[in-house]
Structures are given as C-alpha cells and as structure tokens.
Design a protein around this ligand. Sequence first.
Ligand SMILES: NC(=O)C1=CN([C@@H]2O[C@H](COP(=O)(O)OP(=O)(O)OC[C@H]3O[C@@H](n4cnc5c(N)ncnc54)[C@H](O)[C@@H]3O)[C@@H](O)[C@H]2O)C=CC1
Ligand SMILES: O=C(O)/C=C/C=C(\O)C(=O)O
Length: 499
Amino acid sequence: MNQPTQAEFPIREQVSSFIEGRYTRTAGHELPVIFPGDARRISTLVEASADEVDAAVRSARAAFDDGRWRGLPVEARQAVMRKVADLVDKHRDELAYLECMNSGIPMRHLQKGQIPRTAYNFRFFAEFLGQHAEKLHGQTDGYLTLVLREPVGVAALIGPWNAPLALTSMKIAGAIAFGNSCVCKPSEVTPLAVARFMELLIEAGVPPGVVNLVNGRGGVTGEALVAHPQVDLVSFTGGTQTARRISASAGEGLKPLSLELGGKSANIVFESADLERAVDGALVGIFSNNGQQCLAGSRILVQRPVLDRFVDAFAQRARRLRIGSPLDPATEIGPLAFQAHRQRVAGYVDIARADGAQLLCGGATVEALEPGFYFQPTAVLARDNTARVCREEIFGPFATIVPFDTQDEACAIANDSEFGLVSYVWSDHQPTVMRALSEIRAGMVWVNTPMTRDLRAPFGGIKASGYGREGGESSMKFYTFEKTVMLPTVPPSIPRMGI
Ligand SMILES: NC(=O)C1=CN([C@@H]2O[C@H](COP(=O)(O)OP(=O)(O)OC[C@H]3O[C@@H](n4cnc5c(N)ncnc54)[C@H](O)[C@@H]3O)[C@@H](O)[C@H]2O)C=CC1
Ligand SMILES: O=C(O)/C=C/C=C(\O)C(=O)O
C-alpha cells in the first residue's frame, strides 16, 4: 500500500464529545492533538466538562432504561455487531491512518494487528452471545431455580494511548454485547480513531445513546465520569497510579471495577530453548508497538550458558530494526506517543548506567528524524534484578537483560516484581516448562511464543498489574449480574399470616 495521506482520509479539525449519536462541538478547554512523527499539530481536542459528562451518562442511562438496545432480540444485536465488524474491515486503512497519525504506531502493525483485532472484538462477542442463553439450574424441592444474567447498566470505559481503538473497542464490544450502554473516555493523547469509530457504530445500527464518548484529561473528564452516580461499573486500562485514584472513587460508589494495568514482565530464556526462536520472540515481545505495551517482555532473563550468544544476536537484530515514519509500510519502529513520554524513556539510560548496567545497543534519540519523538531500540545488561530498569515499567523500546543460573533463581527473579501481568518461557525441555508454569505468579504465561491472544481466555494480571479479567466468559461475568429466580413447579404451601 502507498503511504496514505490526509487528502484521502481527512482528519477532523476538532474532536469533541459524541453524545446521542452526534458530535457536540462545544467550546471548552482545548488540547492539541499531535502527530508524533514530526510533532505537527493535526487536530484539537475540546475537553468535556463535568456538565457534558453528565449529558453523556444521561444519554447512556436513557438508552439503557428504555430498552432500545438491551430489549432487542439477541439475533438483532448480533447482526448489528457483525455489521460493526464489517465496517471496521471496510474502513481499515482510514482507521489505521487516524491511529497512526495520533499514536505513532506503525501502519503495518495497525493494518495487520490492531484494526483487524478491533473488527474481531465485535465478531467474537457477536458469536459468543449466540452461544450463551440464560442458564437453567434445575429443580429443587418443588421449585425451578433459574439464574438469569442481566446487563449491569451504564459502563464507564476508560482507555489508554498505546492501543487506543483496539483496547477501547474490546471494552465497548464486551459491554454492549450483553445489553449495557456505555460512555467511553479515550486517552486525551489519542482521541482520533475512537472518535471516528463512534460514527461507524451508528452507521452499523447501534442506536444513538448506547455508546457515547467524552474526551478530555483524566483528572477532569475521567474523574467526573467515574464519580457520576449513574455510572454502574468501570473498566479501566492504564497506569497503576491512576488505577489507585479510580479505585478510590469507584469504591465510594461501590461500582464493580476491572483494572488492566502495567507490567514488568519476565521473558525467561532457558539454555534448553531454541535460541533463534527465543531471540525472535524477545524482539517482538519488547519492540512491537514501539515498546508501548502493558504485556511487553521488558525483563529478559537469560540462563548464563547462552547469555553471550543471546545478547549478541539480540543487540545485532535490534540495531537493524527499521526506524522511520509510522506511515511508511516498511517501518518497524515508529516514534513514541508524545514528547514527555520519550523524555521519560530516554531518562532510563542514565538511570540504568547509575545502577551499573551496560548499554548493549541504542540509548539515544534519532537526530535525523527530529522533531519527531523517536527513540532507538535499546537494550541494557543489568547486574541483577534490583536495578531500577528491572523494577519500573518504562513502556518504551527498552529491554533489560538479566542473567540467571538456576531455574529456581529464574522463577524467583520473575516473581520479584510489584507487577504480575504476564510472563514468557522459552525452553524445549518439558519438565523445565512445567515447573516454570506452576511457579510463575502472573495472570498469563506464554510458552515458546510471544503475545498470542485468544479472546475466549481471561486477560488480566495480579498485584500492581490490576485485577478483573476481560475476554469471553470473564467479560460476560463482568458486564452482567446474576439474578436468581425461584418458580414453584407445584403450588407450594405458604404459611398463612395475620389470620
Ligand atoms: N495498557 C497499559 O497497561 C497501559 C499502561 N500505561 C502505563 O501508565 C503510565 C502512564 O500513562 P498514562 O497515559 O499517563 O496513563 P494513565 O493511567 O494516566 O491514563 C489512562 C487513561 O486514564 C485516564 N485517567 C487519568 N487519570 C484519571 C482519573 N483520575 N480518573 C479517571 N480517568 C483518568 C486518562 O485520561 C486515560 O484515558 C505509562 O507510562 C505506562 O506505564 C499507560 C497506558 C497503557
Ligand atoms: O488483548 C487484550 O485484550 C489486551 C491487550 C493489552 C495490551 O496490548 C496493552 O495494554 O498493551
């Protein structure tokens, strides 16, 4: 594909809220929307005030209460959700372009990964819905006990900037599949693709008001949304500190919460691994999506007998990754999402050195691509797991390699983290794999493969990586509540009172 252009896919001059099926275009506090490839301002975000958040929640509430969506037969909801997926496929390049211009994620990754995943989020939940009727729990002592699943109500869906549409659409699909209405709040850094997606939802037949959008800063728009008394549950993906504030507010309102947070995931390469595959996997694990992934394998633990070979191959391949404009189909590493974030990532080079780590490759910005927010794929060899680069989530193209001797040590290092999102294990020796699987404390473990995803499976972490799970049945449980119904099968004898 040629590089897409703004003439082909115009970018809205202003991104506001989308309430009851329409952009609001109100005046308000403005934030620039920037193309990280060259630091150019490409649009303006108009922040939603608390009043506008209130209007969005009320719209979702009304849509829920009058049953315009949850009251539809399952087949009708499924048909609309499939249509959403078809429209995402049809507009794949446009959505990829908007996301790319806003987040700096390379087009090739968006066109092959995140945008098809957006379509699949809707297809998956449409099919899932068709498989799950209310469950009959059988008879007991003259009663038929039924457990019904009902939508919770109005969901607040708060998303991050690292995979804006793919992650927000996963939440929307899960929420509306089971009949909920929702208000989304994407990251203020990356509002464009999610905003365009709102129009596609309406075009597909999702009734206005069922999915609303508010844009703005977390401390303003996000806080007003979480605290709104008519919001019934909150699904959040983002940073751990933010999650603490959201938990406090949601806790006050006793709102169910799903928190998908950051990680410092161990990618363990045993000497029994196919080393070439492990290097391939480790590169994908830390450098795909410009390294901005919660599930990045950012701590690469390597068994000493293969350490030198691994380090040489990894650093050599990292140096060869193609850095460039995210619009170029050949680009493997694009710019980081915003300038302050690049500064933060770059700061870890000195932090690593101060802790005695050795720089293996990268470690600098890319002069030739200034003023874009580029940063070279970087790897350091840490002395041990106490280094700050082993403990803090960097969220960029920055790998920390840590040597180990024994399997016990590898698992102890893997678990010695405040986070517990995922872990990767590379070994062709089954007992090694089986032991690692039972000892690693993380929400997910991938064996001899980087980052594969099955939407039927629960996704989420433990410890500072959050709690709650989404995907398949886990989403169904989160976005519904159980209502128990007792029906007498024979007229019961009821004690007579007050006679
Ligand atoms: N997928 C993940 O696990 C992600 C993890 N992160 C981690 O979080 C760190 C900080 O990144 P940020 O973009 O600043 O993430 P963040 O946690 O601040 O933002 C995520 C979302 O939460 C919203 N938000 C912020 N404060 C809020 C509040 N008080 N109430 C309601 N909503 C609020 C933001 O506007 C955004 O939509 C990153 O450096 C990275 O370590 C960031 C993005 C994604
Ligand atoms: O596959 C999912 O449902 C979630 C993936 C999350 C990320 O890739 C992320 O937050 O980086």
